[in-house]
Design a protein around this ligand. Sequence first.
Ligand code: SF4
Ligand code: MG
Length: 330
Amino acid sequence: PEAGLVVENLSVSYAISRGPFRRADELPALRDVDLTIAPGRTLGVVGESGCGKSTLARAILRLQSLKGGVVRWNGEAISALSEPAFRRVRPQMQMVFQDPVASLNPRMRVLDIIAEPLATHRPELSGAQRRQKVLEAMERVGLRPEMADRFPHEFSGGQAQRIGIARAIVLEPGLLICDEAVSALDVSIRAQVLVLLEKLQREMGLSILFISHDLSVVRQIAHDILVLYLGRVVEQAPRDVLFATPRHPYTQALIGSVLSADPRIEKAHQSPPIGGDLPSPIDPPPGCPFHTRCPLAEPICAQAMPGLETWPDGGRVACHVANRERPAAA
Ligand code: SF4
Ligand code: MG
């Protein structure tokens, strides 16, 4: 069985009601998403808000029911497990949230915050054993032991996120899901937290799913990058391939806006920002979901959905125009 996380054909829809008669309808949030994260690897997932990034995290953790597809963890189809069987696997997957201070209970001491997952999943541990595990997790994330008896408001945003990460690793998980985990932090603190995540990944062999709207942040940590648009994978590639040869016009626009924000890049190499708004996911346009904003759109783009084709360098792209350049398989 394949170690790590494997997601196949994952689809999620939200039930909604709309129109004058409140007709029941479906809002497709994710469609046919495939991804793999081996131990020790980081997959970055990028896209605008509303593209399905957080839904993906929730679906993997079974906080959201699936319309179709399967989620495997170390070869086991966890999306098909009974609730009690899933509860046994659940400690192996932990989440780090966006707003570090808001995600910590202000009335609990750091010791108790980090110990919470142990209290839930390892009730057999004594108080002394629990304290020992908390102190080990604190040391791993660079928090001094005397901080254990303080309260969250006494910490800066960066330290608060270290507390959140200590809580996430205290059960020694195999998968860490980071949803905008550094987006609220200052740039210098952000870099320190990313370095910490990389260190923990090396020490613990973590698979990391790193979700962010910010491609420049994802670039700093991800081995592979997956680009979502309106709930679909439009491109995926190893990080350096994606930055050297972005193939999907949406990825090109995202990279263009990252580079325009970089003062070292000459104006001549900057691309214009993406025009237009994200179409409503309730009535997605027919054909390629990006055709309403795409500078390269052709008549076929409004009619037929492009397939997600694999390239020889391991990249995958869903674009009629880009895939014309794809070398034939050897
Ligand atoms: Fe643009 Fe057409 Fe490619 Fe979609 S399929 S990204 S509309 S060129
Ligand atoms: Mg989100």
